[in-house]
Design a protein around this ligand. Structure first.
Ligand code: DQA
Length: 149
C-alpha cells in the first residue's frame, strides 16, 4: 500500500521553537519535534514533508503545490490572524487540512481569537502544546483510512 502523504506547514517564528517564549510554546525544538513526528508517521504508513517559513508567499506556494499530498497539517502562526491570502490559497486547492496551534489562541490576546482559516478547516487543535501535531497526524490518517475529509 502506498503511504499517506502529509504536508506539514509551520509559519513564522516557529523555527525558534524551544527558545521562543518557552512558557507558552514549550522547550522542545522544531528539530526535536520533527524527529518525533517522522518516527510516529513511519509507524502509521505516512510520510511527512515539512516546510517552515517566515514568509507568507512561501507557505502559499507550498499550498498551491499540495495536490500531491493527501492532507495538510498547518500551524500558520501569526498569519492565522492576518492572512486572507493564506485562506484563499487553502480554498484554491482541494487538499483537506487541520489547523494546529500549540497555545490556546482563545485564552490569549483578543486579536488571536480570530482565525481566517478555522471555518474552512476540517478541524482545529489549539492549546495542547506540541502534542497537537501528533493528534492532527492521527486524525488525518484515521480520516484518510476511512476516506473521509
Ligand atoms: C501559534 C499561536 C499564534 O497566535 C502565534 O502568533 C504563533 C503560534 C501557536 O502555535 O500557538 O506564532 O500559532
Amino acid at each position: 500500500m502506498n503511504s499517506f502523504k502529509i504536508l506539514l506547514l509551520n509559519g513564522p517564528n516557529l523555527n525558534l521553537l524551544g527558545t521562543r517564549e518557552s512558557s507558552i510554546y514549550g522547550t522542545i525544538t522544531l528539530k526535536e519535534l520533527l524527529n518525533k513526528l517522522y518516527k510516529k508517521s513511519s509507524t502509521m504508513n505516512a510520510k511527512i514533508t515539512h516546510v517552515q517559513s517566515n514568509a507568507e508567499h512561501i507557505l502559499i506556494e507550498e499550498i498551491h503545490k499540495s495536490i500531491k499530498y493527501d492532507y495538510i497539517i498547518i500551524n500558520p502562526a501569526a498569519f492565522t490572524h492576518t492572512s486572507i491570502a493564506l485562506r484563499d490559497a487553502l480554498l484554491s486547492v482541494k487538499t483537506p487540512f487541520i489547523e494546529v496551534h500549540i497555545s490556546n489562541i482563545y485564552a490569549r490576546e483578543k486579536f488571536r481569537k480570530n482565525s481566517w482559516i478555522s471555518d474552512i478547516s476540517s478541524g482545529v487543535i489549539s492549546g495542547f502544546g506540541t502534542d497537537g501535531y501528533f493528534w492532527a497526524l492521527k486524525t488525518a490518517i484515521t480520516r484518510l483510512k476511512k476516506n473521509k475529509k
